[in-house]
Design a protein around this ligand. Sequence first.
Ligand code: APR
Length: 260
Amino acid sequence: DQEVLREIAAAWRSANNIVVFTGAGMSTESGLPDFRSKQGLWKDRPETLATLAALKAKPDEFYFFYQWRIARLWEVQPNPGHLALAELAQAGFVTKLVTQNVDGLHQRAGSQGVAELHGTLRTVSCIKCGSQYDSRQMLPHNDTWEEDYKAGRYRHGSECYCPRCQGQLRPDVVLFGESLPDTAWNEAVRWSRKADFFVVIGSSLVVSPANYLPQLAVEQGAKLLIINSDSTPLDDAAAWVIREKAGEVLTGIKELILRM
Ligand code: APR
């Protein structure tokens, strides 16, 4: 309610090092499904599908999982939550934005210096020659591919191969079992250590090592704010838990902070 939001806005405004940490729940209001909530599209599949093993063993499912998400990526827009965070950063109220998301919506909303812990779906790379392409390079060139896949007709065609060396293309996301990008991870740890105010938005906090960051901040004495529709393992450690939609809450808090 308003009283709690005013309290949060005052604490956020007076903090010195503010880390904002986002997950898939940040982008559901843009139309991108998350992974693990009841309306998540890929209930148990991320861990089984988002792997190099799956690329080898079941390329059709692997490619459909990523082609579907890449196709959506280029159709959706940042939502009010992304825009509110970019405005708060502009006014100096976000020290570091760390995201598990690979959709690039924070950057498109204007956020800078975003640490993408799990890579990005904006580009794909050849596993043989390492050439990097815009991720639309990995989309099939026929527009019936979704129906084909759902009807079991789908066979990923030559579209998924490197134009240079015909090697297999893969999205530039961190697949399960792969290590996180050094720079993004090191920056995220450094800022989480220094944080006196840590905000988790739209994450179930079940995937490591990303979920270590809010714990690290709390251990260093940071105040933790969680904005998430479902419960998380860190709710008890949070100073505030807001079970409402990120877009609305962030817009409300942003207005309170910028008006103070
Ligand atoms: N507002 C607030 N919270 C929301 C909203 C919303 N509009 N929509 C969804 N949520 C919450 C859900 O309740 C859920 O707890 O966001 C959370 C999303 O959790 P996950 O689907 O597990 O996504 P995330 O935590 O980002 O997953 C981490 O897992 O599959 C891997 O690499 C992938 O980065 C991803 C990682």
